[in-house]
Design a protein around this ligand. Structure first.
Ligand SMILES: [Zn+2]
Ligand SMILES: [Zn+2]
Length: 297
């Protein structure tokens, strides 16, 4: 089989839109996909001060790599979760890619900052749940404190379609109203963008191997059994018989998103950290029992 765009032997078959591609044209296809999402949804404005959050996994590292290739300027943020060897590996791969692309990477260590790592807190709350809360808060506060105007994350088509699907199943109207590749800035919440919104999990893995991007493939030990995995598997079954169903589902969702009305919370300031909060103290300061606002040195 020949590549759709050149005479080389095809290495990859994409099922939707159906085409056979050589290694170089496959990489170009992925980069164009990212560029199209950025342009179509106007994710990155001129003079944007962009922070790219990297975990050490394939998605965020491919994101940093492609954004750099497309000529965007940015800085990276890696949050060291303090989960033994796993976090060490994640930090190593994040550092490696940033030294290769020659852009600055900030590292925030949870254990140093909060006294305990993820998984070391005595609580009834599931680890993934407070890990998510902690990461989201730190990403936003770090960006806000340092004057960044946007935070990019590596969420991909499989993550996003599974997330929207599960929220429709549970009719979480408020979540649905806020989902998409772009979440505008509001109050002290910095703009959030997801440039890999239309790239599949498998495409990103393949891109990472073609571009020789070293990344952590091991799953975090706390992520096993996460419910999102079930929804992903279910959508994979559908996608197998109906190539393109995820992409069409997510695009249709974006076209119709306005039917989900946003709940208007009255936001006030957390009395500890002064970030937006629904109660007297924000969920982050409450969970970590902070008495002083979190400061990055
Ligand atoms: Zn080709
Ligand atoms: Zn707070």
């Amino acid at each position: 089989m020949k590549c759709k765009f050149c005479n080389k032997e095809a290495e990859v078959t994409i099922r939707y839109p159906r085409m056979h591609l050589c290694e170089n044209h496959f990489k170009e296809y992925c980069e164009n996909r990212v560029k199209n999402v950025i342009d179509k949804h106007r994710l990155i404005e001129k003079d944007e001060k962009l922070l790219v959050a990297v975990s050490g996994g394939k998605d965020s590292l491919v994101l940093a790599y492609i954004l750099n290739k497309l000529g965007y300027e940015f800085e990276g943020l890696h949050i060291d979760l303090g989960i033994e060897d796993y976090s060490e590996m994640c930090k190593k791969s994040s550092k490696k890619i940033f030294s290769e692309i020659g852009l600055p990477l900030h590292i925030v260590k949870i254990k140093k900052l909060l006294g305990r790592g993820i998984g070391e807190v005595k609580t009834r709350r599931p680890v993934c749940s407070y890990c998510g809360l902690t990461k989201r808060y730190i990403m936003n506060k770090f960006a806000y404190d340092n004057g960044f105007t946007a935070v990019a994350t590596g969420h991909n088509l499989d993550d996003e379609s599974a997330f929207v699907f599960s929220n429709i199943l549970h009719w979480n109207i408020d979540y649905l109203s806020k989902q998409g590749p772009l979440l505008e800035a509001e109050d002290k919440f910095v703009k959030k963008i997801k440039p890999l919104y239309e790239l599949r999990d498998k495409e990103i893995s393949l891109y990472a191997s073609f571009a020789k991007i070293e990344h952590v493939t091991k799953k975090c030990k706390y992520a096993r059994g996460a419910t999102s995995i079930k929804y992903k598997k279910f959508l994979d079954i559908l996608e197998k018989d109906n190539p393109g169903i995820k992409l069409n589902f997510i695009r249709g969702f974006l076209r119709n998103r306005k039917i989900f009305k946003k709940k208007d919370f009255e936001l006030r300031e957390c009395e500890i950290c002064r970030m937006p909060s629904q109660g007297k103290r924000c969920a982050f300061c409450r969970f970590w029992r902070l008495k002083e606002p979190l400061m990055f040195q």
